[in-house]
Design a protein around this ligand. Structure first.
Ligand code: ADP
Length: 498
């Protein structure tokens, strides 16, 4: 090691500032996917016109350009979809041989793999996420969920030994805009595996991959009505929640809407699972491999523009390594490429909507006003579209809004701690409890921290890692119920004595 390099290793803040290399544009071809001019509602195995007669325009948030006209389903449309699901449930799906159900799920999984490029491009176009993420994370994981639950479909009695599992009935499922196809897979795969039928409502800003998924269902020859997709905004979601013909609601979205849904369902006997917000702590101890930890910090908060309910949005750094970590983090942030989601070199894409951009901007302003110190690397943003520069706040007090509230954007708040107990106390000092990250060399410390942290998922020396076999879900205001793994089947079965 030269003297200069040794000096930089010791004092990374003295290192010359890194910048992103200049790469030639490498856009993915968008003509692989055909976007229709207008879409109906997918009910009973075909696209039908909305009885509401209402439509709205869904856009590409990176270019602020319209992509398609999408139906805003009303009360009568939701009713029609629920009836189709109920008929399909009664007329065969719930009694189908489980191994036959599995075959449909396997088919869907294979079709998603075959058409993965098409889905990846569409997901990035409609949602703003980098193609690298939709191609390497969203779509492969969506397919993996169908493969995984296909495997359970004919083994339910092994999942619930000595009990007789039977399907619940019609599931109403409402999903958010941050991982549109993946959240669809999380919801639909376990429901179908257990013999339920489904009415799913995608988020209003990102309906297109769910509508393309209808074509996969057609190719898979899934019996009509087993899966119905109704598009629309929160009003459509509210209709689905309050419909008498729905036996179970599965919701992923904001804590505020989750609470409203829980109020609506109180006393109805309908089943409910909620996967809501988060404000996760990513905790870095002084014995952690720091360069890997910095990658984990970046992945934890800037992955998917920070539109991640389990994002590591509060960085807790042990005091002795604070300056080194912050210096390394700033250097790394300077190399992040923000821009065209369809470019294969892009790290951080577009913010999903104007509304979300406004929310992020307002919370960032509150951080400045309350006295935190902001850092944003130099970054040239495209002129059109919704963008936010990756941001880190230091000098943050626990009481600041940026340390308390979910920002759901590429904004990190840094706090420090001295002892493991203090780290646990600070990490748990939030109304949420979805996830956490721990970075340390000591296995015993990982186990002790995981025990103390009140979070549904605790990652050790990694972050934002998902697997269909691993249950995911929250404590406290992050919701209840688990998705993924054997646990993910529970909400979709009624267990009778064998
Ligand atoms: P976000 O703030 O992240 O957009 P929301 O909770 O508003 O999250 O949205 C998540 C999903 O819930 C979306 O599909 C949205 O349309 C739906 N939704 C919004 N309001 C309601 C409601 N009152 N009842 C049911 N679903 C709703």
């Amino acid at each position: 090691m030269t003297k200069d390099k040794r000096e930089i290793a010791r004092r990374p803040d003295k290192a010359p500032m890194a910048t992103a290399w200049d790469y030639a544009p490498a856009p993915e071809a968008r003509d692989i996917v055909k976007v229709e001019e207008r879409y109906g509602l997918f009910i009973g195995g075909t696209f039908v016109e909305p009885a509401s007669g209402e439509r709205y325009t869904t856009i590409d948030p990176a270019r602020e350009e319209p992509l398609a006209e999408v139906a805003q389903a009303g009360k009568a449309d939701v009713d029609r979809a629920v009836r189709a699901a109920r008929d399909a449930f009664a007329n065969g799906w719930s009694n189908l041989r489980p191994s036959e159900r599995a075959k449909y799920l396997f088919r869907i999984a294979r079709l998603l793999q075959e058409r993965s490029r098409e889905f990846a491009v569409l997901e990035s176009l409609n949602g703003g996420k980098p193609i690298r993420e939709s191609r390497d994370v969203d779509i492969p994981l969506a397919a993996a969920h169908f493969f995984y639950y296909a495997g359970w479909a004919d083994k339910l009695e092994y999942a619930f030994p000595n009990r007789k599992p039977r399907p619940v009935g019609v599931a109403g499922q409402i999903i958010p805009w941050n991982f549109p196809l993946l959240m669809l897979a999380w919801k639909i795969a376990p429901a179908l595996a257990a013999g339920n039928t489904v009415v799913l409502k995608p988020a209003e800003t990102t309906p297109l991959s769910a509508l393309l998924f209808c074509d996969v269902l057609r190719q898979a020859e899934l019996p009509p009505g087993v899966v119905n997709i109704v598009t629309g905004d929160g009003r459509t979601g509210a209709e689905l929640v309050s419909h008498q013909g729905v036996d179970k609601i599965a919701f992923t979205g904001s804590t505020e809407v989750g609470k409203a849904i829980q109020r609506t369902l109180a006393g109805t006997g309908k089943r409910l699972t909620l996967e809501l917000g988060g404000k996760a702590a990513n905790i870095i101890f002084d014995d952690a491999p720091l360069d890997q930890a910095v990658e984990g910090i970046v992945n934890g908060i800037y992955f998917n523009q920070g539109h991640v309910c389990c994002a590591g949005s509060r960085l807790l750094v042990q005091e002795s390594i604070y300056e080194t970590v912050i210096a390394k983090l700033k250097r790394r942030m300077a190399t992040l490429r923000v821009g065209d989601p369809l470019d294969k070199n892009t790290d951080v894409g577009a913010i999903n909507s104007k509304q979300q951009l406004e929310k992020i901007s307002a919370l960032v302003q509150s951080g400045i006003d309350e006295g935190a110190q902001i850092y944003q690397p130099p970054c040239k943003l495209p002129e059109r579209g919704y963008w936010f520069v990756p941001t880190v706040f230091t000098n943050v007090a626990q009481s600041y809004r940026i340390a308390q509230e979910e920002i759901f954007g590429p904004v990190l708040s840094v706090l420090t701690f001295r002892t493991p107990d203090e780290a646990i106390e600070k990490a748990n000092n939030t109304p949420y409890g979805l996830s956490a990250g721990v970075w340390t060399e000591k296995g015993s410390r990982i186990l002790a921290m995981a025990k103390g942290l009140r979070a549904g998922v605790v990652w050790a020396n990694t972050y934002n890692r998902f697997d269909p076999a691993s249950p995911f879900g929250g404590y406290k205001e992050s919701g209840f119920g688990r998705e993924g793994g054997r646990h993910g089947l529970e909400p979709y079965v009624v267990l009778e004595d064998a």
